[in-house]
Design a protein around this ligand. Structure first.
Ligand SMILES: [Cu+2]
Length: 314
């Protein structure tokens, strides 16, 4: 159905050179309307990816990528929550439906498995489960430092194979470069709702223009009324920060720049953000809802007694 030639490269898979899928180098490009056959043996278990190697710039920008998981014949001895997540970035002009493949740096929709928060699926686990998250990045241009709250984890595997135990180290953030797989593992031993997200601040935002003048700290009183005379409905943004921008109206087929509702108000992030939900007991793989915190374990306003005890004057 594609209106131009393509090919499929099997990223990380060791195979005969003629099956490697690089148009012009190892095969003819697959012409429009034709079907090509790839045949090779998956010789080892692991996490791999696939993408075109013809007009990569356009075809990858439009999302022609995926992950391949080869499981070992021997099953895991314990229960494993095994998740696969592909990071991607898109330039989708506000109100439009088609990503712009010309974008090189100004991506405005950042996704896990093609969903931006709050549409991303939560990851669930029961206490004692081994959690395995296979992170792949075949986005066009950006590497993503993926950060997990509440846990330390180890990178146990890349698309090149297993990392030997003695060469792993504890992490809370792992960089997933373009064209790479990082598989992380940890034991779910800390109950709660834990943020799991890219740590690039613009990658946890949804569609916004980035060429906005910096108004933080500026006195913008009266500006709206004056500009409204020439631009009806004008609204000055950002003089105290950007945390309130989720209230802005957005055109059809666009999403709010920020966030979704959480149990304590707005979660003011979007994009590459999801939630790891660890519970003592789950019913199936369903979203268990919000975490029920034990009494006295949630941050709240300090009392006058707390402040005076610590010598803080307000
Ligand atoms: Cu990122």
């Amino acid at each position: 159905k594609l209106p131009e030639p393509t090919s499929v490269h099997w990223h990380g898979v060791i195979l005969p050179a003629g099956m490697d899928g690089v148009a012009g180098l190892t095969q003819k490009a697959i012409p429009v309307g034709k079907t090509f056959k790839y045949e090779f043996t998956m010789k080892k278990a692991g996490t791999f990816m696939y993408h075109p190697h013809f007009d990569e710039m356009v075809q990858i920008a439009l999302g022609m990528v995926g992950m391949i998981v080869v499981h070992p014949k021997r099953r895991d001895a314990r229960r494993v929550r095994d998740y696969s997540m592909m990071a991607h970035e898109w330039m989708i002009p506000i109100g439009s439906r088609r990503p712009d493949p010309m974008a090189m740096s100004d991506f405005n929709v950042l996704t896990f498995n093609s969903k931006a928060f709050p549409s991303t699926e939560p990851l669930v686990a029961e206490l004692g489960d081994l959690v395995r998250i296979r992170l792949g990045n075949l986005g066009p241009m950006d590497h993503h430092p993926i950060h997990l709250h509440g846990y330390e984890f180890e990178v146990v595997e890349t698309d090149g194979g297993r990392v030997p135990k003695e060469r792993r180290w504890p992490e809370t953030t792992t960089l997933v470069p373009v064209g790479a797989v990082r598989v992380i593992e940890f034991v779910a031993d800390n109950p709660g709702d834990w943020a799991f997200h890219c740590h690039m601040t613009h990658h946890v935002m949804n569609q916004m223009g980035h060429d906005v003048p910096n108004l933080i700290g500026a006195d913008t009183k009266g500006l709206d009324a004056r500009v409204s005379r020439v631009v009806p409905g004008y609204m000055t943004m950002g003089s105290t920060g950007m945390g309130e921008m989720h209230k802005m109206d957005v055109p059809d087929n666009s999403i709010s720049m920020l966030g979704g509702e959480g149990p304590f108000g707005l979660v003011d992030m979007g994009g590459m953000f999801t939630i790891l939900k660890v519970r003592k007991q789950l019913t199936g793989d369903m979203d268990p809802g919000w975490y029920d915190h034990p009494a006295g374990t949630v941050a709240g306003e300090a009392s006058a007694a707390d402040l005076s005890r610590d010598g803080i004057k307000t």
